[in-house]
Design a protein around this ligand. Structure first.
Ligand SMILES: NC(=O)C1=CN([C@@H]2O[C@H](COP(=O)(O)OP(=O)(O)OC[C@H]3O[C@@H](n4cnc5c(N)ncnc54)[C@H](O)[C@@H]3O)[C@@H](O)[C@H]2O)C=CC1
Ligand SMILES: O=C(O)CCC(=O)C(=O)O
Length: 427
C-alpha cells in the first residue's frame, strides 16, 4: 500500500508494472515478439504448503512460493521474503527484476525470488525456524549451489539463511556453503554482505551527486525503511558526511532538523524494536517523511510507496530505489518530468546480490577474502554499471530506469540467441 492512503487509478500490481517496463525495453531494443515472450515468461513457478504446529499446539498452514524467472545466464538467484503481502504475482515480478539486475551487473545468474505470506513478528523464534526449515525442505529439489541460490530479503536475515543452509546440507550429508548467501560468517558468509545492499545504494547516490558536482558533505537525506538495507545505507552515507534528517519504519518515523545519529538510532531501534522515543528526535508519519524538503530520498521499504498520488509532492532531487519497485511507472514519469534523478532499483539496490555473488564464489572455492577486497570488488562492479547506465541514458535519450532495463535485457536476449534457445529467424 502507498504510505498515503488515497484512491488511485493506477494499476499497482507489481507484475503489471514489471511487464510494462519490459514492454518499454523490448520496444526500445526492437526485440521481436517471440523473444519478448520468452523474456516475459517465468521458467518455473512453485507454490508450497507449510504446515506448522504453533507453540500453543494449534496447527496452521502457511503458503510459500519460489519463482525462477530466467536461467539462461546461470543459476537462479534471489532473496526470500517473509511478509503478509507476499503473493505469487509479487514474487513473480521480483524474480523478473532479479534477472535484469544480475544481467545489468554482469554476474552469471538468472533471476528468482521466494516468499512466505506471513508476518514474522507474530511468530516465536522456534516457530520461525520450523517454518524456514519446512519451506526449505519443500524446495529441496529446486534449489542448490548450481541450481537456485536463495538469500535474505524483507523479514529474513542471516539467521534464516543459516537454517536454510543447515536443512539443505543435512539432506545432502555434507556442508554445502554455496546453497544460500547472506549466511552467518561462521558457516561461509562473506564479510561485507550485511552492509552490501546499503553500500551499493550509497555508491550510486555518491556517483549521482558527483555528476552534479556535489558530495555527501552537507547533503540532507531522508531514508524510508530502516531495516537491513535502509539502516546500512543511512550509516554509510552519514559516515561519508551526509546529514540523515529523517528515517522511518512501518510503525512510524523520526525527524531531526540538524541530523540524526543513525548509528545510535540503529542500536536504540534494535533494543526497543521501534524508533519511537529516540532522544532529540521528533515523531513523523510515514506519509509526511516522503515529502520532507531534502536533497536525497532513499526508499528502502517496499513496493508502491511513491505513486501518481504523492509524486508531485516529493521535494528531493535524487531518489534512490534501495527497495524493489517503490516507485510506480506513472510516478517515475512525474518525478523525471519534474527534473529529479531516479536511481532505479536494479541499479541502486544491486549491491546485495553482487556481494552474494562474491560470497558464493568464496564458498565454492573454499577461500575467504578480507572485507576490503569484498568492498573494492563491489565498488568496481557497481560504479562500472552506473557509468554504463548513464552512458546508455544519454546516448538513447531515455530514463535511467529504461537505460538499466535495456542493458540487462539486452544481455539476456543475446545469451538466449547464443545458446540457440532462440534464433532471429523465429519471428
Ligand atoms: N536485504 C537485501 O539484501 C536486499 C533487499 N532489497 C530490498 O530492500 C527492501 C527492504 O529490504 P530489507 O531491508 O532487507 O527488509 P527489512 O525487513 O530488514 O526492512 C524493511 C524496513 O521497511 C520498513 N517498512 C515497511 N513498510 C514501510 C512503510 N510503509 N514506511 C516506512 N517503513 C516501512 C520496515 O518496518 C522495516 O524497517 C525490500 O524491497 C527488499 O526487496 C533489495 C536488495 C537486497
Ligand atoms: O542477494 C541476493 O542473492 C538477492 C538479493 C535480492 O533479493 C534482491 O536484490 O532483491
Amino acid at each position: 500500500m502507498p504510505s498515503k492512503e488515497v484512491p488511485s487509478s493506477e494499476n499497482l500490481c507489481p507484475l503489471e508494472q514489471a511487464n510494462s517496463y519490459l514492454r518499454q525495453a523490448v520496444k526500445e531494443l526492437n526485440i521481436n515478439k517471440g523473444l519478448a515472450e520468452i523474456l516475459s515468461s517465468p521458467s518455473k513457478v512453485i507454490t508450497v504448503s507449510i504446515p506448522i504446529k504453533r507453540d500453543n499446539g494449534e496447527v496452521e498452514v502457511l503458503t510459500g512460493h519460489r519463482v525462477q524467472h530466467n536461467g539462461v545466464l546461470g543459476p537462479y538467484k534471489g532473496g526470500t521474503r517473509f511478509h503478509p503481502m507476499v503473493t505469487i504475482r509479487e514474487v513473480s515480478a521480483l524474480a523478473m527484476l532479479m534477472t535484469w539486475k544480475c544481467a545489468l551487473m554482469g554476474i552469471p545468474y538468472g533471476g528468482a525470488k521466494g516468499g512466505i505470506t506471513m508476518d514474522p513478528k507474530l511468530y516465536s523464534v522456534k516457530e520461525l525456524e520450523t517454518i524456514t526449515r519446512r519451506y526449505t525442505s519443500e524446495l529441496i529439489k529446486d534449489i542448490g549451489p548450481l541450481v537456485d541460490i536463495p538469500a535474505p530479503d524483507m523479514g529474513t536475515s542471516a539467521r534464516e539463511m543459516g537454517w536454510m543452509m543447515d536443512t539443505y546440507s543435512t539432506n545432502q550429508g555434507y556442508a554445502v556453503m554455496g546453497v544460500v548467501t547472506g549466511k552467518p560468517l561462521s558457516i561461509g558468509g562473506s564479510l561485507g554482505r550485511d552492509m552490501a545492499t546499503g553500500r551499493g545504494t550509497m555508491l550510486t547516490v555518491r556517483e549521482a551527486l558527483a555528476d552534479v558536482n556535489r558530495s555527501f558533505e552537507g547533503t540532507r537525506i531522508v531514508v524510508q525503511g530502516f531495516g537491513n538495507v535502509g539502516a546500512a545505507a543511512a550509516i554509510l552515507m552519514q559516515n561519508a558526511g551526509a546529514k540523515i534528517v529523517a528515517v522511518s519504519r512501518s510503525s512510524g518515523g523520526v525527524f531531526a532538523e540538524n541530523g540524526l545519529d543513525v548509528s545510535a538510532l540503529k542500536a536504540y531501534a534494535d533494543n526497543n524494536r521501534s524508533l519511537a522515543g529516540f532522544p532529540q528526535a521528533k515523531p513523523i508519519s510515514n506519509a509526511e517523511i516522503l515529502t520532507l524538503p531534502c536533497d536525497v530520498l532513499v526508499l528502502a521499504a517496499m513496493e508502491n510507496q511513491i505513486t501518481e498520488e504523492n509524486a508531485h509532492e516529493i521535494q528531493a532531487n535524487i531518489i534512490a530505489e534501495a527497495a524493489n519497485g517503490p516507485i510506480t511507472l506513472n510516478a517515475s514519469k512525474i518525478l523525471e518530468d519534474g527534473g529529479a534523478t531516479v536511481l532505479p532499483d536494479i541499479l541502486a539496490n544491486a549491491g546485495g546480490v553482487v556481494v552474494s555473488y562474491l560470497e558464493w564464489v568464496q564458498g565454492l572455492s573454499y577461500l575467504f577474502w578480507e572485507e576490503e577486497k569484498v568492498n573494492q570488488e563491489l565498488e568496481r562492479i557497481i560504479v562500472n554499471a552506473y557509468r554504463k547506465v548513464i552512458h546508455q541514458s544519454k546516448e538513447r535519450g531515455i530514463s535511467l530506469r529504461l537505460a538499466s532495463y535495456t542493458l540487462g535485457i539486452d544481455r539476456v536476449a543475446k545469451a538466449l540467441v547464443d545458446r540457440g534457445l532462440y534464433s532471429h529467424q523465429n519471428t
